[in-house]
Design a protein around this ligand. Structure first.
Ligand code: FAD
Length: 303
């Protein structure tokens, strides 16, 4: 309910103009590693020093012009170059709507191929984030198609709030691939997504179990400590080797928990977004936790 309300309000013009104006000073900076690649690489170095890997995300989505999509593609090529030249331990995550999916599927396909090719040359890895359900089918299809050319360099995200994700996982896992499992961050109708948290959580654990069982490399991306406990039980029960999975969290959320997992010898990675186009990302982070909205509101009133 709270989540739907915040995600709905996020589309309101008056709300967005206030948040865009004051958001960075009032909370967004906690979730965003600065507005440049240089600042994101600095954050990456600090995290690497703590034994934590990174996936870098240049913020941006819903691009509607070819030129902006081409610029976005080039920014990812520059990120892969910087990762290689600075030798930080990081890969990249991207959104197909930033690569021009709303302009044409062909534009997003061509941009993704160029980035995957670069990742292959740089011995790196590209994760396609999953966006709202209007683009799930095309995202799954493009991933499946381009994965064939770059099997070691391309991965996908599946969301446990979607009814379809178990079917997608089964259909995509022959041969095994690399998936990040998340709960899902967008506003979705009950016709496509579980409305209840218990169902989303149970489906999350089930998806991780099935993904590991099917031989996929599985990124367990959640801050939910109860879920992490349940997943660790599954991992021990199935005797899953440690090089078949990793834990992931978002920059600014529960770093001590991730550091503890790293100390216990598990692979741990932080999703580090950077850039100026932080609004939609920040609204999703507020929607995940009422305290984030209270923090923003209090800071706004006290300015
Ligand atoms: C690495 C990574 C990549 C992601 N990629 C995608 C993607 O491609 N597509 C997509 O739809 N979603 C993505 N997400 C977001 C995800 O879908 C959830 O919205 C988000 O992770 C919150 O769910 P949770 O699993 O942490 O569980 P929740 O039940 O939402 O949270 C569990 C606990 O974690 C803490 N917490 C969670 N979120 C926040 C927050 N914003 N601020 C402060 N504390 C918080 C709170 O203590 C909360 O009680 C990603 C998440 C991660 C960690």
């Amino acid at each position: 309910m709270f989540r739907e309300m915040v995600l709905g309000l996020g589309n309101n013009r008056a709300v967005s103009s206030v948040v865009k104006r004051y958001g960075m000073q009032m909370g967004a900076a906690r979730f965003v590693a600065g507005d440049s690649l240089t600042s994101a690489i600095q954050v990456t170095r600090d995290l690497n020093r703590r034994g934590i890997l990174v996936t870098l995300d240049h913020l941006g989505e819903a691009v509607r012009e070819e030129r902006a999509a081409t610029q976005a593609r080039d920014s990812y090529l520059a990120m892969l170059d910087q990762i290689a030249s600075t030798q930080v331990k990081a890969n990249v995550s991207l959104k197909l709507t930033m690569m021009g999916l709303a302009v044409s599927e062909e534009l997003a396909r061509q941009n993704l191929i160029v980035i995957a090719q670069k990742a292959q040359e740089a011995k790196s890895f590209v994760r396609i984030d999953m966006e709202d359900s209007s683009v799930t089918s095309v995202t799954v299809a493009l991933f499946q198609e381009i994965w064939r050319q770059y099997p070691a360099h391309l991965g996908l995200v599946l969301q446990s709030y979607l009814y379809r994700s178990q079917d997608d996982l089964k259909q995509l896992s022959d041969p095994p691939k690399n998936f990040r499992i998340v709960k899902g961050a967008y506003q979705e109708p009950v016709s496509v997504a579980f409305p209840s948290k218990t169902d989303v959580d149970d489906n999350y654990v089930e998806l991780v179990k099935q993904s590991l069982d099917l031989g996929n490399y599985t990124a367990i991306a959640t801050h939910d400590e109860a879920i992490i406990g349940r997943v660790l039980k599954v991992i021990h029960h199935l005797d899953v080797p440690r090089d078949q999975f990793e834990f992931q969290m978002l920059y600014g959320v529960k770093l001590p928990v991730l550091e503890q997992l790293a100390r216990e010898g598990y692979t741990a990675r932080v999703y580090v977004p950077f850039g100026q186009d932080w609004y939609a990302y920040y609204v999703r982070r507020i929607a995940e936790r009422p305290a984030n909205l209270l923090f923003f509101a209090r800071a706004l009133i006290n300015r």
